[in-house]
Design a protein around this ligand. Structure first.
Ligand code: DX5
Ligand code: ZN
Length: 229
């Protein structure tokens, strides 16, 4: 069921790479709503992470939603593999190729929810004719590639415009990059509902001491929800 309640999606980019299963269990027990998986190819973005086999390996450890963010180009040849790995949502970048419309069709055709991500420098004009094909729009509030970067404030206005453009359509607005208890309220007020957070969730905790994960998630959620009231 679609709703616009605030959802916190920890990015496992900031988790212990040697221990993804336990890390996922820990953040979900501490209140995570979705699990955000950052796939990077060293070509579309200047960093490398992991591919479909890792997604398949962690899938049984995810009780919530596997939200797969593809920072790869080209995309289309890999959609089936990420779908078979158990992705609930597959998000591709508008900037990843000339045929985003076809990419979104392929994602839904593979049985997944379709997400479309926009780099900070990309405007929302180009997505007008794809609004009936997306379940989620991801506004990058950092340049994709690395966790722990500084929030880019100009993206708040973009989200406000995007929220107006979406109207009553059941499309999530997800924010990715630099989300903290200080920045999350700005985006929640502008119309975002899914807040990805890597460094701000995993800081100070570990699988043997997961309570800070819960405190960090709660701090972001409380601040975001207050901005909605
Ligand atoms: C950046 C990734 C983000 C990243 C967010 O390319 O898409 O998901 O992990 O990290 P923080 O929350 O640390 O900015
Ligand atoms: Zn991401």
């Amino acid at each position: 069921m679609f709703d616009r309640s605030i959802k916190i999606a920890p990015s496992i980019l900031s988790a212990d790479f040697a221990n993804f299963g336990q890390e996922i269990l820990a953040v979900e027990a501490q209140g995570a709503d979705w699990i955000h998986v950052d796939v990077m190819d060293g070509h579309f973005v200047p960093n490398l992470t992991f591919g479909p086999p890792l997604c398949a390996a962690i899938r049984p450890h995810i009780a919530t939603v596997m939200d797969v963010h593809l920072m790869i180009s080209p995309v289309d040849a890999y959609i089936d593999a990420f779908a078979e790995a158990g992705s609930d949502i597959i998000t591709a970048h508008l900037e990843a190729g000339p045929h985003t419309h076809r990419t979104l069709q392929a994602i839904r055709g593979a049985g997944c929810k379709a997400g479309l991500a926009l780099n900070p420098g990309t405007g929302i004009e180009e997505i007008e004719y794809m609004l009936d094909m997306v379940d989620l729009i991801c506004v990058m509030s950092v340049n994709p590639g690395f966790g722990g970067q500084k929030f880019i404030h100009s993206q708040v206005e973009k989200v406000r415009k995007l929220r107006a453009m979406i109207g009553d359509r059941p499309i999530h607005i997800e924010i990715d990059g630099g989300m903290t208890p200080e920045t999350a309220p700005l985006m929640a007020a502008a119309g975002a509902d899914v807040l990805v957070a890597g460094s701000a969730v995993f800081k100070g905790g570990s699988v043997s001491d997961p309570a800070p994960y819960g405190e960090n998630i709660q701090a972001i959620r409380t601040a975001a929800e207050a901005a909605r009231a």
